[in-house]
Design a protein around this ligand. Structure first.
Ligand code: 8GT
Length: 139
């Protein structure tokens, strides 16, 4: 099975997370699904360089790439991905949708109001879990 190394940016701005929607796709299981922006790492590229490049291409946005948040391996029917997702910030939330059909800035508690690509579900669950721990920690 074809394997892809993918990087994804969990971009947080004012406590909201950028979620982008993929359009029509030859693979129906990812068509119209929400995902974190990003894409395939090219040969010889570091994860950080690939992420900054992809975010520029897809959104015309500059990001600061922080720590690795989650690495997931997921087998779709036609290919498999290893996806490394990073916590990122941006100084300006303005963006231009060059490849996706929609975007939403969602609070953590609202992340499950959209339909995610299957590979992203454990990442979203982990993000929401972190908030629960934050709350427990605060009180
Ligand atoms: N960027 C991104 N891709 C994801 C996520 N979750 C997920 O399953 N993917 C899958 O990982 C692959 C990412 O590669 P890509 O963005 O370069 O995809 P693509 O097929 O549109 O690009 P290509 O035309 O250059 O091959 C896609 O198959 C995509 O469906 C995610 O959160 N972010």
């Amino acid at each position: 099975m074809k394997q892809h190394h993918v990087v994804a940016a969990i971009i947080c701005h004012k406590n909201k997370y950028l979620c982008v929607q993929r359009g029509e796709n030859k693979y129906p299981y990812v068509a119209f699904k929400y995902e974190f922006p990003g894409g395939k790492v090219e040969p010889g590229e570091s994860n950080t360089v690939a992420l900054r490049r992809e975010i520029h291409e897809e959104l015309q946005m500059d990001i600061q790439v922080g720590e690795l948040f989650a690495s997931v391996y997921y087998e779709y029917p036609d290919f498999a991905i290893t996806m490394d997702s990073y916590l990122c910030t941006t100084k300006s939330p303005q963006l231009c949708l060059n490849e996706h059909i929609a975007y939403q800035w969602l609070r953590k508690e609202d992340l499950q109001t959209v339909s995610w690509a299957p590979a992203d579900i454990p990442v979203v669950e982990k993000l929401m879990d972190v908030q629960r721990h934050d709350i427990e920690f605060t009180y």
